[in-house]
Write a protein that binds this ligand. Structure first.
Ligand SMILES: NC(=O)c1ccc[n+]([C@@H]2O[C@H](COP(=O)([O-])OP(=O)(O)OC[C@H]3O[C@@H](n4cnc5c(N)ncnc54)[C@H](O)[C@@H]3O)[C@@H](O)[C@H]2O)c1
Length: 268
């Protein structure tokens, strides 16, 4: 689709690092007019927006935003819409990882992950929808995870937020596509970003560049579920087509992770 990203105004949350930073840069490299970069990390926001503003014609606008605060997200979405009178893309991408044995989970941890990974996406989505309905266009792209597609052991908490994001996004697609709105939900496997903290990213992980190229290719085609890399699409097929085989595989992963927690204190 010619010019799908050109001269457009976008919002990206979690834009100071990893996938969000990659999405921001890709929007600008494809000719976006402005990308509002939202994050809680002021230092990275300043550094990365300065770099992007020097490299591209479009504007990278840093906005310190905590996605768990509705008033922050409202301000973010309205500022982007007021920039040039339209709001074309909202990437609700900010999130934190959480792979954890059940005995270590507290309700405070539950609340934190739900607030960032789910409520943050809900705020961004529901603040953008009225604007996009009025203009009869716009594309909302929510970042879920492979854990939103498949039940993965030791990720009950993370999966509960990501599967909600996945199903919410799909439901909205069916409800609002007749009004010209587009919805996509990104379901990545492992992508090499700061989300792994001190751990070396797993051997099957892909680069941010590979992830972002795939996301943009599928977004332009209007795909709703954007799952990658190939091993995640294979697991998803196994889950849907051969449930017994998937069951054995997932129980095997649980055994492996249990042993890794026992011997190394981490899941891989
Ligand atoms: N990297 C992976 O392997 C992977 C796999 C599946 C899904 N994801 C999802 O991709 C998204 C991006 O993760 P990433 O891998 O790029 O991680 P990352 O840690 O590199 O980037 C996440 C960004 O989100 C920001 N953030 C955290 N809490 C925030 C808040 N309350 N408000 C605003 N910003 C906040 C962080 O400051 C950081 O800049 C997340 O939703 C994550 O769950 C990542």
């Amino acid at each position: 689709m010619k010019g799908y990203f050109e001269k457009k105004v976008a919002v990206v949350t979690g834009a100071a690092s990893g996938i969000g930073l990659g999405l921001t840069e890709e929007m600008l490299s494809r000719g976006a007019k402005a990308v509002f970069m939202a994050d809680i990390n002021q230092e990275n926001l300043d550094k990365e927006s300065k770099r992007l503003n020097e490299a591209y014609a479009g504007e990278a606008v840093p906005m310190l935003t905590d996605v768990t605060k509705l008033e922050h997200v409202e301000k973010l979405i309205n500022s982007a819409n007021n920039f040039d009178g339209h709001l074309d893309f909202v990437f609700n991408n900010a999130g934190i990882g959480m792979t954890i044995p059940t005995e270590f989970v507290t309700f405070d941890i539950w609340k934190k992950v739900v607030d960032i990974n789910l409520m943050g996406v809900i705020y961004g989505t529901y603040c953008a929808i009225p604007i996009m309905r009025k203009q009869k266009s716009g594309h909302i792209v929510n970042t879920a995870s492979a854990a939103g597609l498949l039940p993965i052991p030791y990720q009950a908490l993370y999966a509960s937020t990501k599967s909600a994001v996945k199903n919410m996004t799909e439901s909205l697609y069916y409800e609002l596509s007749n009004e010209g709105l587009r919805f996509s939900v990104v379901c990545p496997g492992n992508v090499r970003t700061a989300i792994f903290g001190d751990l070396t990213p797993p051997p099957d992980s892909v680069s941010v560049e590979e992830a972002v190229n795939y996301i943009f290719e599928k977004m332009e085609k209007g795909d709703v579920i954007i799952a990658f890399p190939q091993n995640i699409r294979d697991f998803d097929e196994l889950y849907r087509m051969s449930p017994k085989e998937f069951d054995r595989l997932a129980l095997g992963i649980a055994d492996e992770r249990r042993e890794n927690y026992r011997t190394k204190g981490t899941y891989y």
